[in-house]
Design a protein around this ligand. Sequence first.
Ligand code: TZP
Ligand code: MG
Length: 217
Amino acid sequence: TKQREQLKNEPLYAILGESLSLGRNNLETAEAVINAGVKTIQYREKNKTWRQKYAEGTAIAKMCRQHGVTFIMNDSVDLAIACGADGIHVGQDDAPLAIARKMAGPDMIIGVSTNTVEEIHTAVLEGADYVGFGPMFPTQSKKDANPVVTAEAVSYALHKCSIPVVAIGGIETENIGSLYQQGFRFFAMISAIVSQPDIKSAVTHLRELIEISKKSV
Ligand code: TZP
Ligand code: MG
């Protein structure tokens, strides 16, 4: 699908979380992120009801569709389908990939959170479209975050993983360039995007840092 192809061409992956959005609501944040030119957006809310997530997700999916932005729903396959999302992102405690795939059909993008060699290996084997991989650095944005990834897992992610690896966890202007130089090509961020007063300039800056690293690779 077009959306699946687009994932491979966009280094920045913005994750929405209202508690980290400086008082902006998710729709306002989504609008700003879309305006800043980010082509992949995930909706991630841990403490809202199904109906709240459904209402917001549906509205944001519509905005994304109008702007050619890929919209991914976190955690829940039923919400992804109900909201008309392009993709689902499942963690290790969410629906297993085979079940998510069966429910959502072949066109749905499915991403899986991974922290170890074993988890990456399994996600690829089961047919994930991409893996989220992290945390790369300590982060305050996820309460139950795994330990920072090991050097062994990083090496596996960079050299042995046949699908896109989306690095996550503590990524910001200070380290995105070095991650790029290490070989990472996709970067998911919450706070470095949605917690910035000026989302557009934050995104522009992140892109510039990637471009600079590209030249020195
Ligand atoms: N999964 C692993 S780390 C993390 C998630 C959802 C939080 C990322 O947030 P931030 O603010 O980009 O560190
Ligand atoms: Mg989850």
